[in-house]
Design a protein around this ligand. Structure first.
Ligand SMILES: CC(C)(COP(=O)(O)OP(=O)(O)OC[C@H]1O[C@@H](n2cnc3c(N)ncnc32)[C@H](O)[C@@H]1OP(=O)(O)O)[C@@H](O)C(=O)NCCC(=O)NCCS
Length: 185
């Protein structure tokens, strides 16, 4: 089993979900509007959330990356999730994030998302990361823009019409220009 890395930002700790986090995560998912722009806004049962925690470990084991539990470093509190998710249908890697409603509006999603993208590009050398978001979900679109993603098109994901964003892993080349590992797009 891969060891899920612990990452720190100025205010956050990104770490593995523990089975005992499921009940707290369930309460976060029950917050007003937290699932408003998800394919289903019905909060999941405790059993489903427990399965999510197991699936998160399995995902890390299978791909060597995944998503983390987000904890505040001051007064340690579980406040959501963030990280990288493989989409079976399109074989793309998606940046995902979700925060407890009472922590919105402090730049925390951006802070966690930036760290996840840095892990994806600098630590495991992914070539590209996408973001998918409901057309009306302006806050999430802003997060994607703030982590350097560009809007590319619109597409259907999980039966939902979405805007698709993308960021390529652009490394400086020897002549000072930038290029992706497999050329440009
Ligand atoms: C989307 C979400 C993660 C944003 O978290 P957050 O910590 O509040 O985000 P940040 O503070 O890092 O930044 C949000 C940006 O959106 C802007 N924003 C926030 N709410 C907004 C709104 N209702 N309308 C327009 N812009 C909004 C903020 O001003 C900020 O941009 P700015 O820095 O240019 O001012 C949070 O609302 C959430 O968890 N929602 C539920 C789960 C979810 O929808 N996840 C994304 C699925 S695609």
């Amino acid at each position: 089993m891969v060891k899920i890395p612990e990452l720190r930002t100025e205010r956050l700790l990104l770490c593995e979900f523990q089975p005992e986090d499921a009940a707290k995560l369930k309460r976060i998912l029950e917050g007003l509007d937290v699932l408003k722009y998800f394919p289903s806004d019905k909060p999941p049962s405790l059993e489903r959330v427990e399965r999510l925690v197991v699936e998160h470990r399995d995902h890390w084991g299978k791909f060597g990356y995944g998503w983390w539990a987000i904890w505040t470093r001051e007064n340690p509190t579980l406040i959501g999730w963030c990280g990288l998710n493989f989409l079976d249908e399109t074989e793309e890697i998606e940046l995902k994030y979700l925060l407890d409603r009472s922590y919105w509006g402090q730049g925390l999603a951006t802070e966690a998302a930036l760290r996840s993208v840095r892990f994806g590009f600098d630590t495991i050398n992914l070539q590209e990361i996408i973001g998918i978001v409901h057309p009306k979900h302006v806050a999430s679109q802003r997060v994607l823009e703030k982590v350097g993603m560009i809007r590319v098109d619109e597409a259907e994901y999980f039966g939902m019409h979405c805007i698709r964003y993308k960021r390529l892993n652009q490394k400086p080349s020897l002549n000072g220009d930038t290029a992706t590992r497999k050329g440009r797009s």
